[in-house]
Design a binder for this molecule. Structure first.
Ligand code: SIN
Length: 537
């Protein structure tokens, strides 16, 4: 039986492990506890065309429209077509979606840029938690080996020319390193919201898989497209206030009490996410930086309490009553549309390496992800990765026909190094603040150049191989930050989530896929060697 390592335990990693469990010796590696991850914070739900008034075509069209001209139509079609079966798989694993009042039909919510109410939810606004809980339970009943508190630090490449993934190097809870070898590695490590000082993502969203891939010279695309969620509670932690609240009828008001979105977009508060987020930022700038407010007073308390119990509780904890008052909201970094370039079966440019979920760039989100497509993406493409693995590892692991950065040196294996406790030497808070300022909702050539210079400077001063968990994560954020800034610099237009004041409109001749990154500090590990340095690409 071939061994497959799956890294990450959100919906993408758990689904991959569940789909692959019967055919392979699956080892699931996760940096925290099995139930930790971004998935459990997802609120609004999971989009799928399950109702009679809806269709796969409409869902695919909405996905393509949201992507601002860069969504791959084939990927959107695969996602939408596979939606109903994916929901059945989730139900089979024990997810209990909410039903309508009759108790027979699945309840469906409307979110921004969807032409139909098609967002399924569970526990009101606790959809991610319900999915995570069910999938963890289902996984526990399989033969999958679970390694918790095991942080991916680098990919291990096979000896002969380092031409394929041969496993991973990890940092264990006691601070030691280990190498886990496998026939295939699936990265399902999620996003990197911690790049920014304001994010909906939990502390663990530090881009570990993406950073490892960048160091190994694996092809990535569209890293400039970072989605900012328009409505998070303007309080420490930026608690997400689901778009579904606006879908139920809540509106946004500025300091003067005006519904400013009416003058911005025909869909007002349900305009695409990037439009709403930037309009809020502009409104805030015009009112001295104070948050705008979410007004849900038009929705009755009973509905709010049953649909949004988690959000009601979070608002109450911060001193706001969603049913009777105005709640201050601000945008925050939420989701990365770009990532490791994959085909529609999760294959990357490195044979033996697959990527799925937020860490992958299938092309399904283009320049702006449609709300509630991310949970669906995680499980739909997981099934396809498992099918590709089942089709035979050699064939499955064929790799995309793209050039990787050349690997230059090899040296003997360091199987397990002693605890050295080297931190990254990088101030994470400073990095987050500069990314928020210069690579956030609004960018400019000058701001990006300033960010690049500072990040280069910090990279030069940083520790080559940090040994603490915080050090590894911060180094990963630095790697990803440099790549995001490089990609944002290269895209000289405004499109979807990427807005530049110096190039304020879409540019028809701009590349549909942006492969700019910084590989200058790329590093990987061979199955018989210490870390390798790779040349810039
Ligand atoms: C939300 O509930 O607004 C977030 C859903 C998503 O990001 O898809």
């Amino acid at each position: 039986m071939a061994r497959v390592i799956v890294v990450g335990s959100g919906i993408a990693g758990l689904s991959t492990a569940l789909f692959a469990a019967s055919a392979h010796d699956v080892v699931l590696v996760t940096k925290g506890a099995l139930a930790d991850g971004n998935t459990r914070y997802a609120q609004g739900g999971i989009a799928a065309a399950t109702a009679l008034d809806d269709s796969v075509t409409l869902h695919a069209e909405d996905t393509i429209r949201a992507g601002a001209g860069l969504t791959d139509p084939a990927a959107a079609r695969v996602l939408a077509e596979s939606g109903p079966a994916a929901i059945q798989s989730l139900i089979g694993w024990g997810v209990r979606f909410d039903h309508d009042e009759g108790g027979i039909e699945l309840a469906r919510a409307l979110e921004a840029a969807h032409s139909r109410a098609r967002v399924l939810h569970a526990g009101g606004d606790a959809t991610g938690a319900a999915i995570e809980h069910a999938l963890v339970g289902a996984l526990r009943a399989t033969s999958v080996t679970v390694l918790e508190n095991t942080l991916l630090t680098d990919l291990v490449l096979a000896d002969a020319g380092a031409t394929r993934a041969a496993g991973i190097e990890v940092l264990l809870a006691d601070g030691s390193r280990d190498v886990l070898l496998a026939d295939a590695v699936v990265l399902a490590t999620g996003g990197a919201g911690q790049l920014f000082s304001h994010t909906t993502n939990p502390a663990l969203a530090t881009g570990d898989g993406l950073a490892a891939a960048l160091r190994a010279g694996v092809a990535t695309s569209d890293l400039e497209f970072v989605q900012f969620h328009p409505t998070t509670l303007a309080a420490e932690g930026n608690f997400l206030i689901s778009e579904a609240v606006r879908g139920e009828g809540a509106v946004l008001r500025n300091a003067a009490g005006e519904r400013f979105m009416l003058g911005v977009h025909p869909d007002a508060e349900l305009a695409p996410r990037d439009v709403v987020a930037r309009a809020i930022a502009a409104e805030m700038a015009g009112q001295g930086g104070t948050p705008v407010t979410l007004d849900a007073r038009g929705i009755d308390r009973e509905t709010l309490a049953s649909r949004f119990p988690t959000i009601m509780a979070a608002c109450a904890e911060a001193g706001f009553d969603l049913a009777s008052g105005l709640v201050p909201v601000v945008p925050a970094a939420h989701y990365m549309m770009g990532g490791i370039t994959t085909d529609l079966d999760g294959r990357t440019s490195l044979p033996g390496l697959f990527a799925v979920g937020e860490v992958a760039r299938t092309g399904v989100h283009g320049a702006n992800r449609l709300a509630s497509n991310s949970l669906l993406e995680g499980t739909v493409f997981a099934r396809r990765v498992a099918a590709a693995l089942a089709g035979g590892l050699d064939k499955a692991a064929g790799g995309l026909p793209e050039q990787r950065s050349p690997l230059e040196q090899r040296s003997p294996l360091e199987q397990r190094s002693p605890l050295e406790q080297r931190s990254s030497g990088v101030d994470r808070g400073e990095l987050q603040r500069l990314m928020w300022r210069d690579a956030g909702l609004r960018r400019s050539g000058a701001g990006l150049a300033r960010a690049e210079a500072l990040l280069d400077d910090r990279a030069k001063a940083s520790t080559a191989r940090p040994d603490t968990r915080d050090g590894v994560e911060t180094a990963n954020l630095l790697t990803v930050a440099r790549a995001v800034v490089a990609a944002a610099t290269a895209r000289q237009e405004s499109r979807g989530a990427h807005a530049r004041s110096d190039f304020p409109t879409p540019e028809p001749s701009a590349p549909s896929r942006n492969t700019a990154t910084t590989h200058a500090t790329a590093r990987a590990t061979t199955s018989s060697g210490r870390p390798l340095q790779t040349q810039g690409s």
